[in-house]
Design a binder for this molecule. Structure first.
Ligand code: OSB
Ligand code: MG
Length: 377
């Protein structure tokens, strides 16, 4: 596969409803999209999951744009041939640039996606997926009050979601979880703190233990592993790390230290599919729980998450919900929807381009730029 043309786009669209976490509220979805065209005419897309502001991670849509156009794209060459082995080497090629995993992932995923399209191979097969259907959970944002949250959860359970994750923060935690347990009993339930606590909150966090949560996600600082070790020693509830894990090596170290028993893998957070495959193997080899997280993606990122989640090591329901939970109309058509309540089919899709609605993509686009990969001398 030879890369002939690259297009970067900045897009924005309103979400169906605001999504509130301990770090803020998202209503306008902004994203950077990478489109790769190959010499043979195949097209691949990669969605950058960096958000408008540097709150979930230090990357933003603007930093991703800058790093992609000024540093990552210039590292590409018109390869003689780009094989699956070359795709797995992309992290090496990007290594001279420190950090910026989300920008790297967007370009890397677009190249994998283009390769799937050009070779007419389903992406899940390229990645090594084995499952044809995946269970899906829902991530519920912070609501105005507990009754409003309970009504939301009731609706999601009726739709068939396979587990409920609620966002928590100090003051919106113990009572919230207790109310959910008393209303819905023993449903598969977990909480995501997005780093809203410190070790000083241990008593509060211990009170969550009584409610037998499947896990508590990222309770402590986004850049911490060591305090999580201490916390895990004092909690029955398994800790799941999200923000703290940026690579397979981070996962290995966190597991060795005992900082977590479960990992939320987001392709964007770890720099792409190749690194995700390594992280998947680390979790599998260590008997660690693994699931695919979400970043309020459009259908493009959603289809990529589904392809990855087909791998056998994903042993817990993920956050990749149907498109309709986020958008009135998605960038892809047909949108992602349940194959049966609570499950998504892993389709034999050879790249997402055949599903992209170009008219909607153009309507969502604010800025676009064509960038040429550097030619080999
Ligand atoms: O922490 O998992 C998170 C959304 C945006 C940023 C961070 C997170 C989330 C979610 C929602 O929890 C996941 C989704 O539904 O896509
Ligand atoms: Mg999280």
């Amino acid at each position: 596969m030879q890369v002939r043309k690259l297009t970067l786009r900045k897009l924005s669209a309103m979400m169906r409803e605001p999504f509130e976490t301990s770090f803020g509220r998202e209503e306008l979805k902004e994203l950077v999209l990478v489109e790769v065209e190959t010499a043979a005419g195949a097209v691949g897309f990669g969605e950058c999951v960096a958000m408008t502001g540097p709150f979930y991670s230090s990357e933003t849509t603007e930093t991703a744009w800058h790093i992609l156009r000024s540093y990552l794209v210039p590292l590409l060459r018109d390869w003689e041939a780009l094989t699956p082995a070359d795709l797995r080497q992309l992290p090496e090629r990007f290594k001279s640039i420190r950090g910026h995993q989300m920008a790297k992932a967007a370009l890397e995923m677009a190249l994998w996606d283009a390769f799937a399209a050009e070779t007419r191979t389903p992406l899940h097969r390229l990645l090594g997926g084995t499952r044809s259907e995946i269970p899906v959970g829902i991530s519920v944002g912070i609501q105005a009050d507990i009754p409003a949250l309970l009504r939301k959860i009731e609706g999601y359970l009726a739709q068939g979601f396979q587990r409920v994750k609620v966002k928590i923060k100090p003051g919106w935690d113990v009572d919230v979880i207790a109310a959910i347990r008393s209303e819905f009993g023993d449903i598969p339930l977990m909480a995501d703190a997005n780093s809203a606590y410190s070790l000083g909150d241990i008593d509060r966090l211990r009170r969550l233990d009584e409610h037998r949560l499947m896990m508590i996600e990222q309770p402590l600082a986004y850049d911490d592993v060591i305090d999580h070790v201490q916390l895990q020693q004092q909690l029955q509830t398994p800790i799941c790390l999200d923000e703290s894990i940026h690579s397979a090596a981070d996962a290995r170290k966190a597991i060795e230290l005992g900082a977590c028993r479960i990992i939320n893998l987001k392709v964007g957070r770890v720099g792409g599919f190749a690194e995700s495959l390594k992280l998947h193997d680390v979790c599998r080899d260590n008997g660690i729980g693994l699931w695919c997280g979400g970043m309020l993606e459009t259908g493009i990122g959603r289809l990529h998450n589904i392809a990855l989640t087909a791998l056998p090591g994903f042993n817990l329901p993920g956050d990749t919900a149907p498109s309709a939970r986020y958008f009135e109309e998605d960038l892809i058509d047909p949108a992602v929807s349940f194959s049966r309540p609570g499950f998504l089919a892993v389709e034999d899709l050879c790249g997402v381009a055949e599903r992209v609605r170009r008219d909607r993509m153009e309507r969502w686009t604010r800025v676009s730029e064509v960038v040429k990969p550097t030619e080999v001398k």
